[in-house]
Design a protein around this ligand. Structure first.
Ligand code: ZN
Length: 1050
């Protein structure tokens, strides 16, 4: 087999050539999907015509509202801030430190940070003993995690990292206690607090931090204030349970081959610093000393294990010391280095097994035979040849696949290949599609499959001669023979019921119960839809979208609307028998927007008026989805439901839910039930939806618990999206909601999709993570799939791999385009295989590893106690690093934590995952917040998980105003915040502006148009538009951040 080992010449249709003879230029994504117009819609000024109500025979006709008075739910306070709740938190202007302390009700008192007790000697690692086992590394890593469970029990012995008073100087802070679950978890001891015995070490890029010693406030070390939740980069290494020096070191910037000593000074290990470290626990254990054999008493890899050393007495509270936070590998530095080293050259995909630039680097891709990293990223680009080796290394082998990823304008969309009636050429045995790795033989009359080695005949119409190298002479004229990604037009054989599909439909289903009306949501939404419907996705080149639309409103009953173009007024049909849902009309329900514009506009004008006086507070939910799905079924098309829903569906109907939120379950074995749906009805419904190609996008506007874990089941299994706006109020939240809505409605979607990942002999796809449904073990079924959704696929060995032939992946996605065209999108990727572990460790990608590990963990909480999930993550990380140390690194002192160059951020990032709301909720994080984030992360791509777990913190006034570039980020830790500056913080979902208390008055004036810090209005969701350079620069920066993310608002 001849896998492309070198870059072939640029094919004649290489990017970005718009015209390619014989192939349709794909129009997929040909519209501005990612750039929603900011103010694209004119106001609607039409009259509000009369409302005409009719009922078909047999359909009960009910008033739009019932008599039920608003229940208390309607007035439920929105006390708990939550995800997506920006109400009070966007701009901080609290000058008083006292006030700030009060703003973190969920935080642990500072004094009780669990540093001291964990400094007990659980992990008796011998400083000069043999290299640590993975269990020992586990113990080292375990120190990274902040055991929230331990924290509250600890006395504030002054071992914390700062008394409340010491925080006073950190005047600015993120104000909203519920801002964002991960930020304000005060109980997390700061990572970067660990103290290193740095004095003894020569300066290094990453100095060897000392473990288990934390400075007291008095020691003058930098504080780690309360909001450090997810950003505590250093914590890992200074973790409380580390009872010995852990040399967190990384190699010099130039990549060293694995196996190079990556730690501090080679040679004799550093002294134990017993004299310098009064609190050093090992001394109490008597374990300090020359090299010894394995620790007989080493029992548990986790902190807190009771038996360690010969004197397991309680640790004496001693003043902890700090690690120098700068000694921890810096994500900012790694990101910056990669930008500098790899951002200027295009990434050419012709070479097998190349590790692409980081997701944080801006780079162009040239497809020369392998799929762009925008479509597929792998945890490793060099796979161990044997399963034994893979097991030894414990590095998960996974690919994060985003089949319909949007590309930057400079890169061409995949070409569409039309083979006519014969359809795409495939291997007869394994059904893999023709791709650049297929080997043509016998003068071109046959080809050998690169996946299963089967020899296939080349059909006469596809025959072509080979050149002297054995390549087809037309190889560079055919996308499927020279590119990593392309599309085939599917034949009728690939269609449901052997019938080409109809164009898909969008159905808008609007909750018109009391809460939805009262908050202003219904009016806002209807007004927006009038103009947004002009921006439905369409194939490039066409004037008009082929998508038809329909409308339903509901509370306890459903109202269908006939908006047929021939009608003067819309007609309403009410279905009150929600137990046996049916669609009361076929003709006139799904219509073309331009044909029925007048009737649709009339309807959207009337809906807010019709229900203005409703007192109905109860809603149904499952029957609404059922109705939409039945409507698509009746119209024989796929499509998407947009549900706008406000409350727990307690009305008597299928899928009725009860409030089962119980925070007492947190940290118990029953915690998993909080993440599980409370009824199986929604899975059954989702399965029906998938069969129909009915994707469900859910917009939630809850005032209190709505059971996101259950309500999100159908969106999750149908490839849909969930959005959540707690305590929605038009004034505060409309910007955000409309931005999400516009993007969601306009984005290009593939419908009724099936994805399969084929692999060459030796490995196979064994596990899948994402928003989809699977009815067998190989096919990922997606009622809908948009350009933001990813599927993470894990691979395992089933045979030995071969270094020479490498390993191949082929992802084939069969879907219906927005115009109703059935297509196959193919992505191919060739990976290297290795017999040396060092090669594996040299070709990993930590960001992708974290994506996989987070998804693995987030699924794990459905079935296991959260602590078990956390421990599993730590153990795996420890095993990965221990294997590297044992096999690839040169001997070093046992206390040193040695990190492979490309994994040097693994402990830092993993720590962020461990501290995320799903795995370690703060007191202010609601059950719904956790369920919401859990399902969001499930379909995130690598860039999204990267910034979600390690947010970006940008200082705004440090760089010159005239500089057009984005200011350099700083490490995401509160101690990096200066009172004299203003910062933007973003994690891909939320954006915060942090204003330091002593920021210059002129800056405040320029940005907020007020004269002093104390006059800044907290809770602003937009900055005033002011005509000065700083204001323009900051607003421009915010716009550019929002343009980079699929959902980001403030
Ligand atoms: Zn085959």
């Amino acid at each position: 087999m001849n896998v492309n080992q070198s870059a072939p010449p640029v094919p004649p249709f290489g990017q970005p050539q718009p015209v390619y003879q014989g192939y349709h230029q794909s129009s997929y994504g040909g519209q501005p999907g990612s750039t929603a117009p900011t103010t694209p819609y004119g106001a609607y000024n039409g009259p509000v015509p009369g409302y005409q109500q009719t009922s078909p025979p047999g359909v009960s006709r009910a008033p739009p509202s019932s008599e039920a008075p608003p229940a208390s739910t309607a007035q439920a306070p929105c006390g708990q801030a939550s995800y997506g709740q920006f109400g009070q938190g966007d701009v901080q202007n609290g000058p008083s430190s006292t006030v700030q302390m009060q703003r973190f009700p969920g935080s642990q008192p500072f004094g009780s940070v669990p540093l001291a007790p964990v400094v007990s000697q659980p992990t008796v690692l011998q400083p000069y003993g043999p290299p640590p086992t993975s269990a020992q590394v586990t113990a080292q890593l375990a120190g990274m995690q902040i055991s929230g469970a331990v924290a509250p029990a600890l006395p504030p012995v002054g071992l914390g990292y700062g008394s409340p008073a010491s925080l006073a100087s950190a005047s600015g802070s993120f104000p909203n206690p519920g801002l964002y679950g991960s930020y304000p978890q005060g109980q997390a001891p700061p990572l970067s607090q660990a103290q290193g015995h740095l004095g003894a070490q020569p300066p290094q890029r990453s100095a060897p931090p000392q473990a288990s010693t934390f400075t007291s406030p008095a020691s003058g070390g930098p504080r780690m204030p309360s909001m450090t939740g997810p950003f505590l980069p250093g914590q890992g290494f200074g973790g409380p349970s580390l009872s010995q020096p852990n040399h967190v070191s990384s190699p010099p910037p130039q990549a060293l081959p694995p196996g190079t000593q990556m730690t501090g000074p080679p040679g004799p290990p550093p002294p134990m610093h017993s004299s310098q470290q009064p609190g050093y626990q090992l001394q109490q254990n008597g374990s300090f000393g020359p090299a010894r054999g394995p620790q007989p008493n080493y029992g548990s890899p986790y902190p807190g294990a009771p038996t360690f050393g010969s004197q397991p007495g309680p640790p004496q509270p001693l003043p902890p010391k700090r690690l120098d936070p700068d000694a921890i590998p810096s994500p900012i530095q790694v990101i910056e280095d990669d930008r500098n080293n790899r951002g200027s050259e295009p990434f050419v995909t012709g070479v097998r097994g190349q590790v692409p630039p980081l997701v944080t680097t801006n780079f162009l891709v040239k497809d020369q035979g392998n799929a762009s990293p925008r479509y597929i990223r792998c945890t490793s680009y060099n796979i161990p040849c044997t399963s034994d080796m893979a097991k030894q290394a414990q590095v998960p082998l996974a690919a994060v696949i985003k089949p319909l990823a949007r590309l930057p304008p400079e890169e061409a969309s995949p070409y569409v290949v039309d083979h006519g009636e014969s359809g795409p050429l495939r291997c007869n045995r394994c059904k893999a599609y023709m791709c650049p790795f297929m080997q043509f033989i016998e003068g071109g009359r046959r080809f050998q499959c690169c996946f299963c080695s089967c020899i296939n005949d080349v059909p006469p119409q596809y025959f072509q001669h080979l050149d002297h190298t054995g390549k087809r002479v037309d190889a560079y004229d055919r996308p499927e023979l020279s590119l990593g990604s392309y599309e085939f037009l599917a034949t009728v054989d690939y269609c449901k019921n052997n019938k080409f599909p109809s164009p898909p439909a969008f159905i808008f289903m609007i909750d018109v119960s009391y809460n939805a009306i009262r908050s202003g949501l219904v009016r806002l939404l209807c007004e927006e839809l009038k103009s947004l419907l002009d921006f439905l996705p369409r194939e490039g080149g066409t004037e008009e979208s082929a998508i038809r639309v329909g409308f339903v409103t509901y509370n306890k009953v459903l109202h269908f609307y006939n908006v047929k173009s021939s009608l003067a007024q819309p007609q309403m049909m009410v279905v009150s028998d929600v137990a046996d849902m049916f669609v009361p009309l076929l003709d006139g329900f799904l219509v073309n927007v331009s044909e029925s514009r007048a009737v649709i506009t009339s309807l959207l004008d009337q809906i807010p008026e019709m229900f203005a006086d409703t007192r109905e507070t109860e809603t149904v939910f499952a029957p609404v989805i059922q109705a939409g799905m039945e409507a698509l079924k009746a119209a024989e098309c796929a499509g998407k439901l947009f549900l706008f829903h406000t409350s727990l569906p307690i009305a008597e109907a299928p899928g009725k839910l009860k409030n089962r939120d119980d925070r007492k379950l947190i940290n118990t074995d029953k915690e998993k039930t909080l993440f599980q749906p409370q009824t199986g009805a929604y899975q059954t419904l989702a399965k029906e939806c998938v069969a129909q190609g009915c994707c469900v996008d859910l917009f939630l506007f809850p005032n209190q618990y709505v059971d996101v874990a259950t309500l999100s089941v159908v969106p999750q299994l149908t490839g849909g999206s969930v959005y959540k706006y707690a305590c929605f109020q038009v004034e505060n939240d409309q910007e955000r909601f409309l931005s999400d809505l516009r993007r969601d409605v306009q984005k290009v979607v593939g419908f009724d999709a099936v994805m399969r990942v084929r692999t060459s002999t030796g490995i196979r796809a064994v596990d899948f993570f994402g928003a989809f449904y699977m009815s067998n073990t190989t096919d990922v079924e997606l009622a809908g799939l948009d350009g933001d959704k990813t599927v993470t696929v894990e691979f395992k060995h089933d045979d030995r791999l071969n270094e020479e032939s490498g390993a191949l992946l082929q992802c084939a996605l069969l879907y219906t385009s927005c115009a109703g065209q059935r297509r196959l999108r193919i992505h191919n990727l060739a990976l290297n295989c290795c017999t040396q572990l060092a090669d594996l460790y040299r070709n990993c990608e930590t960001d992708t590893l974290i994506n996989y590990m987070a998804k693995f963990a987030y699924r794990g909480v459905l079935n296991s106690p959260v602590k078990t999930v956390r421990d599993t993550l730590i153990t795996q990380c420890a095993q990965i690093l221990a294997c590297y140390r044992k096999n690839c690194a040169s001997p070093s002192s046992a206390g040193q934590l040695i990190l492979p160059e490309c994994m040097k951020l693994l402990p830092v990032y993993l720590n962020c995952v461990l501290k995320s709301d799903v795995l370690q909720p703060g007191a202010e994080v609601t059950t719904d917040d956790r369920a919401y984030v859990r399902q969001l992360v499930t379909s995130m791509d690598v860039a999204e998980t990267n910034v979600f777990f390690y947010p970006r913190l940008l200082p705004l006034t440090k760089s010159p105003i005239e500089s057009a570039t984005e200011p350099p980020a700083v490490r995401a830790s509160e101690e990096r915040l200066s009172n004299g500056d203003i910062y933007l913080l973003e994690n891909g979902l939320n954006l915060f502006l942090w204003v330091g208390a002593s920021v210059q008055q002129g800056v405040v004036q320029s940005l907020f148009n007020v004269s002093s810090f104390s006059q800044i209005t907290s809770g602003l969701s937009v900055l005033p538009v002011l005509d000065n350079p700083l204001s323009k620069k900051v607003r421009g920066l915010i716009d550019s951040l929002r343009a980079q993310r699929s959902r980001l608002s403030w």
